[in-house]
Design a protein around this ligand. Structure first.
Ligand code: MG
Length: 439
């Protein structure tokens, strides 16, 4: 059997820079995709550092899991040594080819590895992401995850902690299998069914990788997109010139998985081999489902321990969002507490602090009951005060009350003495009681 490889990366339609990196090392029989994160180009540094450290470690004879741990250490130390790179991290999904048919997928983050076998697409890796956890817990559907506002939050990444848990998935390759490693710029833009369709339509790995990136861009290209497609072919199959070809017949055994606790196996009850959708929930009462749930629960607990402060630090970018929300709530609170209005408390004209009707749970409070009664006012004035007559300060509300008091007293004087009165301006109020002229 031989492997034929095609790979592409594209900045997408929205981003300024490309923080994705891929690695196709035919000589080392190593393939990887890393998707970096961090401000001011730190994401590019993180993904580049990770793939270079991975390559170096594999070249020195490390097993895939040890090499990924080495990559984690490299990114972590670089982030700690430079203030400008602080907090950077990266996903890393890598495939190491061992003897003849054995490959191992090593995985941290939300880039993905897929296996296409006999036209059916299987997601090999499990995302270390918030929305994927929500899907597994049945809180959202896979379709909702695709458009969820928190879909880019990952719960595990290289470079965040000194130690990291690496998921390993051994796969026994069959001739005509195809493996895909891709960044989330592909899987958040197009559905697994579309990925499967493109892989079926394009047997050539390079054309398939290019077509996948094109499809992500056609769907909006909101993120950098990277795809590495590895086709397993019979040893005597022809391959186009220019494609990276790995002859597995002369493979040295470079993948020595030592940490069996990190070894993950493809679980048919967890990973749906359905080209139309992935991650359909398992039937509720089956034994397989219970076993998968128990395994998933155990892994989740393990993840909490291993992710630890990493999860916390990964969420650091949520802080500005909370700050904006906090400032918004503060502004509303300030407005609610520094506004006044004159209204009616039963029949008493009253100065209130706050906004008439309340604002986002902040209800108005009585600042002062005045001596003016509703019965002293015209029908128009009463209607106006029922709605609450707003003022920007208590002093302007008090001035309004003074005018109201003066007007009601002069009105009552004029009524009793039938002498001439002057209508006082009542800012915003309907015309005052009519003046009575002496005959
Ligand atoms: Mg991405």
């Amino acid at each position: 059997m031989k492997l034929v490889v095609g790979a592409t990366t594209d900045v997408g339609r929205v981003r300024d820079g490309n923080e994705d990196r891929f690695l196709v090392e035919v000589g080392l029989r190593l393939f990887a995709v890393a998707d970096g994160m961090g401000g001011h180009r730190a994401g590019e540094v993180a993904s580049t550092t990770a793939v270079e450290a991975l390559r170096t470690a594999i070249a020195q004879g490390c097993s895939l899991d040890a090499a990924i741990l080495e990559a984690n250490r490299s990114v972590f130390e670089k982030a700690a040594s430079d203030e400008a790179l602080s907090g950077m991290g990266t996903t890393l999904t890598a495939i190491a080819v061992g003897s003849e048919h054995a490959v191992v997928v090593g995985h941290v983050g939300d880039s993905r590895a897929y296996l296409m076998r006999e036209g059916e697409l299987t997601q090999i890796t499990e995302d270390h992401s918030l929305v994927e956890e929500m899907v597994r817990e049945g809180r959202i559907t896979p379709d909702q995850a695709l458009v969820h506002p928190q879909r880019s939050i990952i719960t595990r990444a290289l470079g965040i902690d000194a130690e990291i848990a690496v998921d390993l998935y051994p796969v026994e390759l069959q001739a005509r299998d195809r493996l895909l490693i891709c960044s989330d710029g592909l899987t958040t833009m197009i559905r697994p069914a579309d990925i499967a369709r493109i892989l079926r339509q394009q047997p050539d790995p390079q054309r398939a990788a290019d077509a996948l990136a094109d499809a992500a861009n056609a769907a909006g290209g909101e993120d950098n997109v990277t795809a590495v497609v590895i086709a397993a072919l019979p040893a005597d199959a022809d391959a186009d010139a220019g494609l990276a070809v790995v002859d597995t017949a002369i493979a040295p055994t470079i993948v020595a998985v030592t940490d069996t606790t990190a070894l993950r196996r493809l679980d048919p009850s967890r990973v749906t081999i359905d080209p139309v959708q992935t991650r359909a929930p398992a039937p509720p009462d089956s034994a397989a489902s219970a076993a998968a749930a128990a395994q998933s629960q155990a892994l989740r607990r393990g993840r909490v321990r291993s992710a630890g402060t990493g999860t916390f630090r990964l969420l650091w970018w949520l802080v500005p969002i909370f700050l904006i929300i906090g400032v918004g709530i503060g502004a509303i609170w300030w407005h609610a507490r520094n506004s006044y209005y004159v209204g009616l408390d039963h029949q008493t004209v009253t100065i209130y602090r706050g906004v008439s009707g309340g604002l986002l749970g902040w209800n108005p409070t009585v600042a002062r009951h005045t001596s003016v009664r509703a019965s002293d006012l015209t029908a128009g004035q009463v209607t106006d005060l029922r709605d609450g007559h707003p003022f920007s300060s208590q002093s302007s509300a008090e001035a309004f009350i003074q005018r109201l008091q003066l007007q009601t007293s002069t009105t009552s004087t004029s009524t009793s003495s039938t002498s001439t009165t002057t209508t006082l301006p009542l800012g915003g109020l309907s015309p005052s009681t009519s003046t009575t002229r002496a005959p």
